[in-house]
Design a protein around this ligand. Structure first.
Ligand code: ARG
Length: 261
């Protein structure tokens, strides 16, 4: 009997570390296999949308990025094995709501509306919404978005802020991936893209002829979403998160992906 349980635990751990491999960052060994006894095999399911570099994106067959490494570090502290679910951004909150995913980690901004459906951890970073345009665009700041066609990723805070311009006659084009909006703009189909600063920097760096405008639209905070009322998990995450902040590990993860200006 004992042997059987051991075998099962080992099997669970092996399956766990296999799935965790899918998310290990930039080729280093960040497998978050359970190591502290009791909770061995317990899985922490992270819902994300891996279209958002440098927070989460595909690198060949792996999903990597800041959020992935944060989740791996949290899972390790919780003695759990990380599993990543890559879904549409606007499906993340429903997935947590229904209990199919434990956490949402997706460069997700805390806002009033989302707080009605999920609870958020303490913030782990600040961010902003910026405007990307073609180099030769006549749009030079937020006011110039009036009456223009603006591309966003569906369901993001960029979508929410851009939608404010609808009353000025602007049209909003909603794409399932942020980069699709950028591509549409480069092809001249839309005038501007509203998106978070760090992915904007990546897209602008990787593509010719586009730029980020100096004036940001908003300042926001990213946090980890959990099911409403799951204070047990929320407390554990906040404790682990503050440990990562104090030890400098969080900053190290961020610095690995974002070079200081
Ligand atoms: N910060 C924005 C929001 O919360 C965009 C997040 C998009 N994240 C992603 N993984 N695609 O709405």
């Amino acid at each position: 009997m004992k042997k059987q349980i051991l075998a099962l635990t080992m099997a669970a751990m092996m399956i766990g570390s296999l799935t965790a491999c899918a998310g290990s960052g930039k080729g280093d060994e960040t497998t978050a296999a359970a190591s502290n006894g009791g909770a061995a095999g317990a899985v922490l399911t992270m819902a994300t949308n891996a279209e958002f570099p440098p927070y989460e994106y595909h690198d060949n067959n792996a999903i990597v990025g800041i959020d992935v490494e944060i989740a791996e570090a949290l899972a390790e502290k919780l003695g759990m094995t990380l599993e990543i679910e890559d879904i549409a951004f606007d499906s993340i909150i429903p997935e947590i709501d229904s209990g199919k995913a434990d956490i949402g980690l997706a460069g997700m901004t805390v806002n009033e509306d989302r707080l009605k459906n999920v609870d958020f951890s303490d913030p782990y970073t600040t961010a902003s919404q910026v405007i990307i345009v073609k180099d030769e665009s006549d749009i030079t700041g937020p006011d110039d978005l009036e009456g223009k066609s603006i591309g966003v990723q569906l369901g993001t805070t960029g979508d929410i802020y851009a939608s404010d311009y609808e009353e000025t006659g602007s049209t909003i084009e909603r794409y399932s991936k942020g980069f699709e909006a950028v591509q549409a703009m480069m092809q001249g189909k839309i005038d501007a893209v509203v998106i978070d600063l760090e992915p904007a920097k990546v897209f602008v760096e990787e593509n010719e002829g586009i730029k980020i405008l100096d004036e940001a639209l908003t300042v926001e905070e990213y946090a980890i979403a959990v099911k409403k009322g799951n204070t047990e998990l929320l407390d554990k995450i906040n404790t682990a998160l503050s440990e990562l902040k104090e030890s400098g590990e969080l900053q190290k993860i961020i610095d690995k992906y974002i070079s200081a200006e």
